[in-house]
Design a binder for this molecule. Structure first.
Ligand code: BES
Ligand code: MN
Ligand code: ZN
Length: 503
């Protein structure tokens, strides 16, 4: 999709479809809508008077060739009571893209409302959100039917911005939006691949191909190298599968080299299929476990965006990639494993495999020099029970670092809810014959999983994102179809850029 910013007045802009965001104003129109109302000789006020349009969030009306405007269609989208922030703009732009592309429209011009562009900073924040939203709504993940329906996609997006910001000044924000939009698409595509295609080896090849394209450093550890590094927790999950595992390492060198500069370590769960292992999962719904590498896909996608945006920061991404399979070589409940850190783990349930591979991933990230850690993982069903598919779960061992993440997520327009870490939960995973148990029972399942990881992150500033409930939607929404969501990509790109600005 081609993306540009323009200063034109909405009514004057010639395009296939013009999108206007209209807030709930109880009779009064903002200057942008007033100008449009004048140009169309009162269409908007008539709609309002007839009670057909109130401005409620996502309420929509599509008009064909309304008089007085250059566009062939006018889509009016309600944007609710308050000024739309990044979160709302993502959804509004996504909804517009989905409504229009379904009708075969190829180009859309979105007029950012005055409420969202009052200052230059507000405009700079609104643009990436609107672009990422439109991109997400425009993209559908692959289908493998022998007869493919013709693709309906927007090919051009124009953002109409107020004259206080020139298109040249909007360029950095545009670049950010495009980089995030493309990265989210990449993460969704990877999460959607069936596991017979996207094996650990294939995921490693994808990382290598990205590294070549984007000038990242890439190191793929095979089983022998993982063994030499004593990654016993990671390898214990892999041992049941005929598919060889890969510990994928991608590095972006943008740092200033200063002593105090942070090194961001991103660790993503890369289980390309989770059967549960010997503690096998029920057949019903198991097919969805192809997306158990969503955290890894997120980190690969973030690296792609960072390579494009070139922040001044060192970043290391680590993706422990393996299948979790039953079989005669698979690990069994009761087995004791030694993690890379030296800690011993009693594996009570082989289905709690994510924390095992992440334990060594976190440890290796620290070994490679990460000063700040973020992991993303489809880790527990419990987080989906607690928060559903709306908020992703977040945990942190340091308030300052979490606050930075929280602000980044708000700017990116994604929802995370912080859950507690607390020593008392550690008792649930205290080992009987070893140091740690890999499960802490039914109660507080998302938290005990986080506490397990905490034992490997230790005191390094660390954030854990449990995206099991949010990485895949079982139902579509107005702004995005069902399937993989690419959650956390935008927030982590934002976070990296903020860390770079501060150091
Ligand atoms: N990959 C699953 C978690 C999951 C569940 C992701 C549903 C997406 C949707 C994870 O490996 C797992 O199986 N977790 C277990 C842990 C339990 C055995 C302690 C779970 O949540 O049931
Ligand atoms: Mn599992
Ligand atoms: Zn899993």
């Amino acid at each position: 999709m081609e993306i540009e910013a323009q200063n034109a007045a909405p009514a004057q802009w010639a395009t296939e479809a013009l999108v206007i965001l209209a807030p709930e104003l109880e009779g009064r129109l903002n200057p942008q809508l007033e100008a449009l109302d004048r140009a169309t000789q009162g269409w908007l006020s008539q709609l309002q008077a007839a009670g057909e349009f109130s401005g409620r969030m996502l309420e929509s009306t599509l008009l064909h060739r309304p008089p007085g405007i250059q566009a062939q269609r006018l889509l009016i989208l309600g944007c609710g009571k308050s000024a739309p922030g990044p979160f709302e703009l993502r959804r509004l732009a996504g909804t517009a893209a989905r409504l229009l592309k379904a009708k075969g429209v190829k180009e859309m011009a979105l007029a950012l409302p005055p409420e969202a562009t009052e200052t230059r900073a507000a405009t700079a924040a609104a643009l990436p959100a609107a672009i990422a939203g439109a991109w997400a709504g425009n993209f559908e993940t692959g289908i493998y039917k022998s007869e493919r329906p013709p693709e309906k996609r927007l090919e051009r997006l124009t953002l109409l911005i107020p004259p206080s910001v020139t298109p040249a000044e909007a360029e950095p924000a545009l670049r950010r939006g495009k980089a995030i939009g493309a990265a989210v698409e990449r993460a969704r595509e990877l999460a959607n691949y069936p596991s017979n295609y996207l094996t650990p080896r294939r995921l490693a090849e994808e990382a290598e191909a990205l590294a070549r394209r984007a000038s990242l450093e890439c190191d793929i550890l095979d089983e022998a190298r993982a063994r030499a590094l004593k990654m016993g927790a990671f390898l214990s999950v892999a041992q049941g599968s005929a598919e060889p595992p890969r510990m994928i390492v991608l590095r972006y060198h943008g740092g200033s080299g200063a002593d105090q500069a942070p090194v961001l370590g991103l660790v993503g769960k890369g289980i390309t299929f989770d059967t549960g292992g010997i503690s096998i999962k029920p057949a019903e719904g198991m097919e969805k476990m192809k997306y158990d590498m969503s955290g890894g896909a997120t980190m690969l996608a973030v690296m792609q965006a960072l390579a494009e945006l070139q922040p001044r920061l060192e970043v290391i991404a680590i993706i422990p990639a393996t299948e979790n399979m039953p079989g005669s070589r698979a690990q069994k409940p009761g087995d004791v494993q030694y993690a890379m850190s030296g800690k011993s783990i009693e594996v009570l349930n082989t289905d709690a495999e994510g924390r095992l591979v992440l334990a060594d991933g976190l440890c290796y990230a620290k070994k490679l020099g990460a000063t700040h850690l973020v992991d993303a993982a489809t880790l527990t069903g419990a987080v989906a029970v607690a928060l559903g598919a709306v908020y992703a779960g977040a945990f942190a061992n340091q308030d300052g670092f979490y606050r930075q993440f929280e602000q980044a997520a708000a700017a990116a327009g994604e929802k995370f809810w912080r859950l507690p870490l607390d020593e008392e939960y550690r008792e649930q995973i205290r080992g009987t014959v070893g140091d740690l148990l890999n499960t802490g029972g039914r109660y507080g399942g998302a938290i005990t999983a986080a506490e397990f990881l905490h034992a490997f992150a230790e005191d390094t500033p660390w954030i854990h994102l449990d995206i099991a409930g949010t990485a895949w939607w079982d139902e579509g929404k107005a702004w995005m179809p069902k399937g993989p969501t690419g959650i956390a990509v935008a927030s982590l790109v934002e976070l990296a850029q903020r860390l770079a600005m501060e150091s």
